[in-house]
Ligand binder design. Structure first.
Ligand code: GLC
Ligand code: CA
Length: 558
């Protein structure tokens, strides 16, 4: 099978498809379950390709579907070149790609290069091998500090809480070595100084490209290269604190990481069309461009919009900054409001600015109370604004239904390693990973004909796909209409701001006369001139209500 044989002629021609794509993130275990075992699967995704085509997305990105013990929702990969048996087979995967391509939807897979699962054969081999062996050198094993090696080799900390080191048990009275894991202990970090590791990942990239995959989302892209010189340097904080701008942090955003992506770029460009990639890189914003440049991964997420308060000035500044950055590299900007790692944006916007979401989750979402209607109203307005911006928009499954975070999952049902690793002081991310409601009634609201692996709230009945489809102005229909119009109005990657005379109203226009006006305030404002194409909430007496976005054109369109 050759890659181009799988692609329809128009897909082959359009090497720039990613620049202004709408990419829909599928979290496979929670999307659709085809065989009633409570776990979403690849055949489930295939069964809903029609839905995704109807919604109008350009591509789907699948979070990891590889064999995994699920110590971190699949981001602990035991075999990079296979499908988890509970999710299907490689044949199922090929069928899904074919179904997606048949309707013009590209497929992006998640590559997790910073760490494997502890069940990966390499790690088993490392454990069975002696300190200093080639098998151990694929990971980061070190002797401990202190008289008996009883202290971790450095002060590095895990994102999920606790030290980033775990000690192996003693053998014959000799104390074990420690291994590094920036995430859970079940996610040992790879040693990217090792050429064998580098080669193996290129094999993985080719494996999926040869199966017709169009691009990759690169997990934790900023952490692969580490300063492993001995003694290890101190780094008692996570990457969002104090990473220097010169690329010399011991762990994060090191200059050397780009040597890896330059090699990957050669692999991407050996395909026609070139495979694409987007970096999940928590790097200082000034250095994101290094990941996004065409000689690197080509595009990088920015989470600036996701982190911004619902505030006109904040949005304006983020948009201006990100568009400038994109222009510098020749990449296109990315925009994200929700993903599988954060509280859903409908909920964030219904909470007071400054809310600590971890603390809020610990109250089961009671304190402070969520203003559900305000949250959804703002979410729809922010989404419509985002979808009018130049660049790619990444949507997270269920946001098109206006789903809220499920904050009251019973504690015994929680799966996120954050819950265990923080000794039950932080719940983690399960609340945005609850299986999708497709039907208003029945087993797991149509997620499958069996149970759901995380409990769904009763309120899912009213937000299900079936309850919204065909209902004018439902969140689902608003998303579909936005994506349809976006295709029609899409234009070069530019915008100009239009002065509104108000701090709380943003207005920009795209070349060709596609206007987007967003009222972040609470009072209605007069509408700009033009033909109203779509609004995130009904207009009132010809005015643009508060917390509402409208699209206008200077001419009528079909
Ligand atoms: C990324 C993923 C997150 C995962 C982590 C470790 O941040 O988005 O879900 O836990 O990497 O792989
Ligand atoms: Ca299943």
């Amino acid at each position: 099978m050759t890659d181009s044989a799988l692609l329809s002629p128009d897909l082959r021609l359009d090497a720039d498809w990613w620049r202004q794509a709408v990419v829909y993130q599928v979290y496979p275990r929670s999307f659709a379950d085809s065989n009633a075992d409570g776990i979403g699967d690849i055949a489930g995704v295939t069964s809903r390709i029609g839905y995704l085509a109807g919604l109008g997305v350009d591509a789907i990105w699948l979070s990891p579907f590889y064999p995994s013990a699920l110590a971190d929702g699949g981001y602990d990969v035991a075999d990079y070149r296979n499908v988890a048996p509970e999710l299907g087979t490689l044949d199922d995967f090929d069928a899904m790609v074919a179904a997606a391509h048949a309707v013009g939807i590209k497929v992006v897979v998640d590559i997790v290069p910073n760490h494997t699962s502890d069940l990966h054969p390499w790690f088993a081999e490392a454990l069975a091998s002696a300190p200093g062996s080639a098998a151990r050198n694929r990971y980061i094993f070190r002797d401990g500090l202190g008289e008996n090696g009883e202290q971790p080799p450095s002060d590095w900390i895990s994102h999920f809480g606790g030290p980033a080191w775990t000690r192996l048990p003693s053998v014959d009275g000799v104390g074990g070595q420690w291994y590094c894991h920036l995430f859970a202990p079940e996610q040992p970090d790879l040693n990217w100084d090792n050429p064998e590791v580098r080669e193996d990942f290129k094999t993985t990239l080719r494996f999926w490209a040869d199966r017709g995959v169009d691009g990759y989302r690169v997990d934790v892209a900023h952490a692969l290269a580490k300063d492993l010189s001995w003694p290890l340097r101190s780094k008692p904080t996570l990457e969002d604190e104090g990473v220097p701008l010169d690329g010399t942090d011991p762990l994060y955003d090191r200059n050397e990481v780009h040597e890896i992506y330059a090699e990957w770029r050669e692999v991407f460009n050996s395909y026609d069309p070139p495979r694409t990639a987007v970096a999940e890189a928590y790097a200082p914003s000034e250095r994101r461009a290094l990941y996004a440049r065409p000689t690197g991964l080509g595009q990088a997420f920015n989470f600036d919009l996701l982190k911004a308060d619902y505030d006109a000035t904040a949005f304006h500044d983020v948009i201006t900054f990100c568009l400038n950055e994109a222009e510098k590299t020749g990449s296109s900007s990315t925009w994200v409001l929700s993903n599988h790692d954060v509280v859903r944006h409908a909920t964030r916007y219904g909470l007071p600015a400054g809310t600590d979401y971890d603390e809020w989750l610990m109250t089961d979402g009671m304190q402070p109370a969520v203003d559900v209607a305000q949250g959804l109203r703002r979410a729809r307005a922010a989404t419509l604004l985002m979808l009018a911006l130049p660049g790619s928009s990444y949507l997270y499954q269920g946001e098109e239904l206006g789903l809220h975070e499920v904050a009251d999952i019973p504690r015994e049902a929680l799966q996120d390693p954050i819950w265990l690793r923080t000794e039950n002081t932080k719940k983690g991310r399960d609340g945005c990973r609850v299986p999708l409601p497709w039907d208003s009634a029945g087993h797991s609201f149509g997620f499958g004909s069996g149970p759901a692996h995380l409990p769904q709230p009763a309120g899912f009945s009213g937000t299900a796909v079936a309850a919204q489809r065909g209902r004018a102005e439902s969140t689902l229909e608003t998303y579909s209409e936005a994506l349809r119009l976006r295709r029609q109005l899409q234009t070069v990657e530019e915008l100009s701001w239009v002065e509104t005379g108000r701090d709380d109203v943003l207005h920009f226009v795209r070349p060709g006369g596609w206007h987007c006006v967003s009222n972040f305030g609470t009072e209605p404002v007069a509408l700009a001139d033009g033909v109203v194409r779509l609004s995130s909430a009904p207009l009132v007496d010809g005015m643009l209500p508060g917390e509402t976005t409208v699209w206008l054109t200077e001419w009528p369109v079909d």
